[in-house]
Design a protein around this ligand. Sequence first.
Ligand SMILES: Cc1cc2nc3c(=O)[nH]c(=O)nc-3n(C[C@H](O)[C@H](O)[C@H](O)COP(=O)(O)OP(=O)(O)OC[C@H]3O[C@@H](n4cnc5c(N)ncnc54)[C@H](O)[C@@H]3O)c2cc1C
Length: 531
Amino acid sequence: MKYTPWQLPENPFDYVKLISCRDGIGIIPKNKLGCKIGIIGAGCSGLCAAYELMKIGLHPVIYESSKNIDGTPRIGGRAYTYHFPGDPNAFAELGAMRIPPLHRTLKYYMDKFNIDYSQPFPDPLTVPTTLYFEGKKYFIPLGGVLPTFVKKASDAWEGLINPLIKKISSAWDNPELRKKQWQEYVKEYANKSFYQVLYEHGLSAREIKYFGSMGLGTGGFDSLYPISFIEILRLTVCQWEKDQRLIKGGFSQIPETFWSNRRKCQHWGLSSVGQLNNNKPLRAVREIYTPPDPLEKVSITDIDGNTEKYDAVIVTCSLRALEMGIKVNRNTFSDEIWSAIQNNHMMRSGKIFVRTKDAFWKNKSPESTINCTITDEAIRGCYLFDFDNTSSGVICMSYTWEDASTKFHALSENDRVMKCVSILKTIYGEDFISDQVVESISFFWEHAKGYNGAFKLNYPGQYKDQSILFHQPISSSPETHNGVYLAGETISWAGGWIEGAIHSGLDSSMSVIQRLGGKLSGIISKRRDIT
Ligand SMILES: Cc1cc2nc3c(=O)[nH]c(=O)nc-3n(C[C@H](O)[C@H](O)[C@H](O)COP(=O)(O)OP(=O)(O)OC[C@H]3O[C@@H](n4cnc5c(N)ncnc54)[C@H](O)[C@@H]3O)c2cc1C
């Protein structure tokens, strides 16, 4: 076996093997066919679980709290493609916006659903790029070289990371050795911050600063300095920052297709998740009640006070949304799991987009106009988008994490846009944008009800909690588990990626099958299959 970094070091389970089984991910006993399973959240995780459970004859019942501007329930969660009202052909990715094809579970579904991810994402250095640091501007044409001070910092980083990657990649074809090597890394790095590891490796304060601005190529990594180094190492070992793609037509297509795709299913015949849900998810969940006897059904109460009982419930909303938005009784989670729910760290993140009359930068020489921008100014990262079916352009004027995101909170929408424009004018000159801006949207996930944060990336010292959360769906045997299964990106090892959200939805679905006395697909020899 070669170095195939699609496998997560902690959970090298082959989900593609599971979902490509012709008869679905498992078999449900006849008397349980049509059984209702409550699923909280219509994001990628919940809808992937719903889709696979529907395929094998169960009835996923979806609850969703987010709404579209017109008040209808919004499908998609943090895969949120916002279409500008003035030109719906122009859109802004408010949540997920890049996919490395190494995310092969997601890739499998996108191929099945004919979702086009062939176009590269306009990441820094893959397009003409401007670096603007400490008041100085550096233009890097396509194929150009980094300014010396950034290159030096980047080389210092390579000196740290390359030997670590080399060591584990040479052990990759031997599951036992790979596991042992990763455990050594966990021991060494899970309790250290990213900053501490850079510092201990001998990077100077300036190198750390410059490396932080440019990061692994996608910018803004200094916002991650307080994060556990093991999160960064996982990301780098798995090469998720490489060959990133955008989705033509927008990321919302992923959850929307899980919802609308009609396919042949056990028990239902031709059906879609939407159809089983009368084309509308149920309302936001207010309460989960788990009876003391694990054989009894779990109750879900929505915000209108309607209560339904389920053989099993999958909770996919972010752990912050669960803690702050849903009342749960003490039987639902052990004290250890509840404490891990409370400790989990979610990043803050905001984006500010404008739609412009046209993609004006396309008709100019790159040196003379706005480019993909990485800067230490408040906007941090700026990306440019154009579309096949409209002349409108879209600029993500600012993409920020953590403190950089917080800086914009107190400003009104208009002031946020004005601040971004003023910074971009400093970089590109007074008239670069002139009267181009037509409409705007800004979104800060830590402010959004039902999310309360952007994505999981844990601090040093939280590895054990992460492991507890990830294993919650198999924390006791199928017979004694109380039937409430955690899923969603925040419990996954691959925090911040749809791939992890989908894995967790599939993990919980497997637990549901086992709880109902069903069998997992014959291809799965054990739940934490080491391949
Ligand atoms: C700014 C940002 C950038 C990102 N960039 C990328 C990227 O480039 N590539 C990538 O792969 N991933 C990226 N991600 C991560 C990716 O978006 C998530 O991993 C994924 O969308 C999470 O899916 P989920 O189903 O686990 O959770 P969610 O999408 O959050 O779904 C959970 C759902 O639960 C609902 N909910 C909450 N409370 C309740 C309630 N009480 N009752 C009913 N429903 C409720 C929510 O409204 C939501 O729809 C990014 C995320 C953010 C925020």
